[in-house]
Design a protein around this ligand. Structure first.
Ligand code: MLT
Length: 271
């Protein structure tokens, strides 16, 4: 991993492979390791940049609301520091997709294509925003265990909640990996991220203006951002391709990496 200084705040990032740049932006409350299977496969043909967003993973915790525009601007500065000036393939999952809308709004000349995984374009209902603020308070008072219990059952398809590795050669199950990522994330950063996401702007009006090739990927059993919701996003974006990943939930890239990598590769070859 590299550590890149953005005006005094240090961002840890994977930067591997060579070629056109694929930027992988993780979801909440996770880190770049959710993309390990994509990095391992795609670095053979692309320069894969997979950072920990501000407050997450190996970075210092955040105490102020982590807004989507802050993340988008961090990523633009990260690309500058990595001397990447040609447009990138921007891939974001869930919160990473919220960041993708803001990156498009603020830095669209840097986007060659968009890959949107298990995300949504709408902003929060009043009830959803209240739920985020309540989680922020609770996690600050009670710690991370509450966040793990609240989130894990929604992140994966039910079969993944069995915490034994699915393949004989795996040491951790998908659920164990997610549990470890959430437990590693500081309560302050979880609270800051929830407060930032609660403030995000509705991106639905942007969709018809997105004029780069766009891939929309969703797990068949995604309980947070449903296949129907993602299909609507794909229908609103002119040059989009929609792919549903059988058997997967919200964390499709972790749950069904072979199928997701195939979809990413097929799309990138044409984008
Ligand atoms: C994520 O996976 O990033 C979260 O589900 C996003 C959210 O809380 O809306």
């Amino acid at each position: 991993m590299k550590t890149i200084d953005l005006d005094g705040y240090r961002i840890a990032t994977v930067d591997e492979g060579a070629g056109d740049v694929l930027l992988l932006v993780h979801g909440f409350p996770l880190d770049h390791t959710m993309w390990l299977e994509q990095v391992a496969d795609l670095k053979a043909d692309y320069r894969v940049v997979a950072p920990d967003l501000r407050g997450f993973g190996n970075n210092v915790e955040a105490t102020e609301p982590l807004t989507m525009d802050q993340h988008a601007d961090d990523l633009a500065r990260l690309l500058d520091q990595l001397d990447i000036d040609s447009p990138v393939h921007f891939c974001g999952l869930s919160m990473g997709g919220y960041v993708a809308w803001e990156f498009w709004r603020r830095h669209r000349d840097r986007v060659r294509s968009l890959l949107l995984c298990d995300t949504r374009a709408g902003d929060d209902t009043a009830e959803a925003a209240e739920g985020r603020l309540a989680m922020a308070e609770r996690v600050l008072n009670e710690g991370n265990a509450f966040a793990v219990d609240a989130m894990l059952p929604k992140l994966v398809a039910p079969r993944e909640l069995n915490e034994t590795p699915r393949e004989l050669n795996e040491t951790s199950s998908v659920a164990q990996r997610l549990r470890q990522m959430i437990e590693k994330t500081s309560p302050a950063s979880i609270a800051s991220a929830q407060r930032g996401m609660a403030q995000r702007i509705d991106a639905q009006a942007l969709l018809s203006d997105i004029d780069v090739p766009t891939l929309v990927v969703v797990g068949e059993h995604d309980a947070i951002t449903t296949a129907a919701e993602m299909r609507d996003i794909a229908q609103a974006i002119p040059r989009s391709t929609f792919v549903e990943i059988p058997a997967a939930g919200h964390m499709a890239p972790l749950e069904e990496p072979a199928a997701v990598n195939r979809a990413l590769r097929e799309f990138l070859a044409r984008a």
